[in-house]
Ligand binder design. Structure first.
Ligand code: FAD
Length: 389
């Protein structure tokens, strides 16, 4: 299908990646975001090999390698710092064909945005989409400021609180609380926190403290604590609260809490969405978190958003029965893949965060005796089950 005009709502990881893929395929795109300035929420993200492979396909592999951290090992430690397992990631890289990269979100966002803009596409900021209307011929998005944009199809990349999800499903589906709160940020990398080539994860009390390397000699860190939804917190209290939650944990965890700048820390309550009954209605398709927000316990939410963009582009390029038919094929492939990932991540979140304390204890016990080969196999299975196998 040549000469399509595609309107994208949302310029996060999903919207930007789809924009690049569609532009490279020769389609005309317009992209809108409600914010006045694009600033990613959260400090870092771990892009597993399937996400990185999407970027390779889009010609961004070298740029990604420059902003990604080098992670050679994964280390699990208990709260007192004792090593439970060390997993060499090279055999995984060799199985799946690409190294994963932890990356600062601002670096990733800026790389994607700059690349999209290099094709002459400007992101229309300060445009909050309020709804869409379609007829047999086309589909129109209406914005709060009165602007309207009509295209052959609309991609709803408007995130976990998507309003276009309601249009697609015909009903409102609210995000579901994953049961824990996450604090995340960046700190200068230092050996008193973790080895600079490893992803280190401390586990205990149904909580996690974690560090992974990103470019320019920094660590992306996060803390996870199961808390009732809506537990109040202000940046000025973050360190005191973390000290309380992680009292008695190993020295590097205490060092990390000391070193964070609480005013640069994001503190999301973790939610997910799905699996949904559909990802498509007529000429409107959900991609990324609007269709399948995922607990970050597999590190796959952003990677799935990236996969969506290339799969959607693929069907628009390779089928010619019409847009609605192409979107249905996209939906069929992505519903299965993303639904499985959402469910697996939710199960993993429950296992990590003590939904059933005996299950979490069994996981702690297992970490100490687990064969690294099995851990790598499990990660490879998730990566290779998608389109970038
Ligand atoms: P978003 O990034 O949320 O972008 C949506 C965009 O739409 C925003 O820019 C927003 O301003 C805009 N928008 C919203 N509504 C409107 C509207 N009405 N009109 C116009 N614009 C609108 N994933 C991984 O792959 N690996 C990880 O390690 C990882 N770690 C995570 C850690 C945490 C703590 C969290 C919360 C998530 C993590 N994820 C991870 C998931 C990942 O962040 C998301 O899956 C990804 O950001 C989704 O991208 P998106 O483009 O779909 O949505």
């Amino acid at each position: 299908m040549n000469g399509l005009k595609i309107v994208i709502i949302g310029a996060g990881i999903g919207g930007l990646t789809a924009g690049i893929a569609l532009k490279q395929a020769g389609f005309e795109i317009e992209i809108y975001d409600r914010v006045k300035e694009l600033r990613p929420v959260g400090a870092g993200i771990s892009l597993w090999s399937n996400g990185v492979k999407v970027l390779n396909r889009l010609g961004l592999g070298e740029k990604m390698a420059k902003i990604g951290g080098i992670m050679d090992y994964m280390e699990y430690r208990n709260a007192s710092g004792q090593l439970l397992s060390q997993i060499d990631l090279y055999p995984l890289i060799s199985t799946v064909g690409q190294r994963p990269y932890p990356v600062a979100r601002a670096d990733l966002q800026s790389m994607l945005q700059t690349h999209l803009e290099s094709y002459g596409v400007n992101i229309h900021l300060n445009h909050k989409c309020m709804g869409v209307e379609e007829n047999e011929k086309d589909v129109t998005a209406t914005f709060e400021n009165g602007h309207q944009s009509t295209g052959d199809l609309i991609i709803a990349a408007d995130g976990i609180h998507s309003i276009l999800r309601t249009y697609v499903l015909g009903e409102e589906v609210s995000p579901k609380y994953g049961g824990y709160t996450n604090w995340n940020g960046l700190v200068p990398a230092h050996e008193d926190l973790a080895p600079k080539n490893s992803w280190v994860i401390y586990v205990g009390d149904h909580q996690r403290a974690s560090l992974m390397p990103v470019a320019r000699d920094r660590f992306y860190f996060f803390f996870d604590v199961p808390l009732p939804k809506g537990t109040a917190a202000e940046p000025e209290n973050y360190q005191a609260q973390l000290k309380e939650h992680f009292a008695g944990w190993a020295k590097p965890v205490q060092n990390l809490i000391e070193q964070i700048d609480p005013y640069q820390v994001a503190r999301p309550e973790i939610h997910d969405v799905g699996p949904l009954k559909s990802l498509v209605r007529g000429k409107v398709a959900l991609i990324g978190d609007s269709g399948h927000a995922t607990c970050p316990d597999l590190g796959q939410g952003g990677c799935q958003a990236m996969e969506d963009g290339v799969v959607l582009t693929h069907y628009l390029l390779t089928t010619n029965l019409g847009i609605e038919d192409a979107l249905k094929r996209y939906e069929k492939e992505r519903k299965e893949r993303t639904g499985a990932v959402v469910q697996k991540a939710r199960k993993r979140a429950e296992q990590i965060h003590g939904k059933d304390p005996t299950v979490t204890q069994r996981w702690y016990d297992q970490l100490a005796v687990e064969d690294p080969h099995e851990v790598r196999e499990a990660i490879a299975k998730v990566i290779l089950a998608g389109p970038m196998h």
